[in-house]
Design a protein around this ligand. Structure first.
Ligand SMILES: Cc1cc2nc3c(=O)[nH]c(=O)nc-3n(C[C@H](O)[C@H](O)[C@H](O)COP(=O)(O)OP(=O)(O)OC[C@H]3O[C@@H](n4cnc5c(N)ncnc54)[C@H](O)[C@@H]3O)c2cc1C
Length: 264
C-alpha cells in the first residue's frame, strides 16, 4: 500500500501550491479535489461543448511568490501571460472611456500619457483629493491595520477628503474591477492590501491576462508538476470530514468511486 505523508484537501491555488512545495521537499503527497477539475476559483472546464472560465483573472507585475512558484514548477509566466499593461475606465453615463497605462517601468511613455487621460473623468480638484487618501491609507495599513479594517473604502476615502466625483468616477470602477464589489461594500484594509505588501516593487506594476483557461495554462501544469514529483492528484473526490484522535487530526473520510475511504 502506498505511503502518504501529507494529504491536502482542495486543489485551488493554495492546495496546489502546498502540495507542490511539499512534493518538491520529498514528501509523498495526496491532493484530493472535490470537483472534476483542478484550480478552484482559478479553474476552467468544458461544459456542453463550451469552454467555461471561472472568472476574470489578471496577474499583476509586482507579484513575487506567484512567478517563483510557476518557475519552480517549470512554467514560465511570460509564456502563459499576455501583458496588457493598461486599465480602461468606462462610466455608466457613457461619457467615454479613459485608458490608463499601468506599467511605469515597462511602458513609461504610455503610462505617462495614459495618466493624462484621467482628466477625462476627473477634474484637477478631484485628482488632488487622491494622494492624501493613498498615502494616509498606506500609512494606516502598516501602522494601524485594525483601524483601517473598521472602515469601508468609501468611508475612508471621504474621511481623507476625496471628492464624490473621484469616488464615483475612479474608486467605484477601480474597486468593482478588482474586487467585483463597490467600495462601500468592503474593508479599506483589503483595498490597501493590494498595494501595501508590494510597495518596494510598486514601479514594476503591470497587468497581465492569461493566454488560455486557468486549468489549461496554470492549475493543470501545477498538478502535472506535483505528479512529476511523485505526488498524486485526484479529482472528483470530496473530503467528507476530518478524523480526530486525542485532539489531533489523524486522517480524513473521503468519497471515492462511490465508496467511503478512511485515510489515516
Ligand atoms: C472571479 C474571480 C476573479 C479573480 N481574479 C483574480 C485576479 O485577477 N488576480 C488575483 O490575484 N486573484 C484573483 N482572484 C482571487 C484568486 O482566484 C483566489 O484568491 C484564489 O484562487 C483562491 O485560491 P484558494 O486555493 O485559496 O481557494 P479556492 O480556489 O476556492 O480552492 C479551494 C478548492 O478546494 C476544493 N474543496 C473545497 N472543499 C473541499 C473538500 N471538502 N474536499 C475536496 N476539495 C474541496 C474546492 O473545490 C476548490 O477547488 C479572483 C477570484 C475570483 C473568484
Amino acid at each position: 500500500m502506498r505511503r502518504i505523508d501529507v494529504l491536502v484537501a482542495g486543489a485551488g491555488l493554495a492546495g496546489l501550491t502546498c502540495a507542490f512545495e511539499l512534493s518538491t521537499l520529498g514528501f509523498n503527497v495526496l491532493l484530493l479535489e472535490s470537483r472534476e477539475v483542478v484550480g478552484g476559483r482559478t479553474s476552467s472546464w468544458i461544459q456542453d461543448g463550451m469552454p467555461v472560465e471561472s472568472g476574470l483573472h489578471r496577474v499583476l507585475g509586482f507579484y513575487r511568490a506567484f512567478p517563483d512558484l510557476l518557475r519552480k514548477a517549470g512554467i514560465e509566466l511570460n509564456s502563459i501571460v499576455y501583458w496588457e499593461d493598461e486599465v480602461e475606465i468606462r462610466l455608466p453615463d457613457h461619457r467615454g472611456a479613459a485608458v490608463l497605462g499601468a506599467a511605469p517601468l515597462y511602458r513609461p511613455f504610455e503610462t505617462f500619457v495614459g495618466a493624462l487621460n484621467l482628466f477625462q473623468v476627473l477634474s484637477p480638484v478631484d485628482l488632488l483629493s487622491l494622494p492624501g487618501f493613498l498615502a494616509g491609507g498606506l500609512l494606516e495599513y502598516f501602522s494601524n491595520p485594525l483601524n483601517l479594517d473598521q472602515s469601508s473604502v468609501t468611508a475612508k476615502a471621504r474621511a481623507y477628503g476625496v471628492t464624490e466625483n473621484a469616488i464615483r468616477n475612479l474608486l467605484v470602477p477601480l474597486t468593482s474591477g478588482l474586487y467585483f464589489l463597490p467600495p462601500e461594500r468592503y474593508s479599506s484594509y483589503a483595498f490597501f492590501g493590494v498595494l501595501g505588501p508590494y510597495l518596494p516593487w510598486i514601479y514594476t506594476v503591470r497587468v497581465g491576462a492569461f493566454l488560455g483557461g486557468m486549468t489549461e495554462v496554470m492549475a493543470g501544469p501545477l498538478a502535472a508538476a506535483i505528479r512529476r514529483n511523485g505526488g498524486e492528484v485526484r479529482t472528483g473526490v470530496p473530503v467528507e470530514q476530518l478524523l480526530f484522535e486525542n485532539g489531533r487530526v489523524t486522517g480524513v473520510q473521503a468519497e471515492m468511486n462511490g465508496s467511503t475511504l478512511l485515510m489515516s
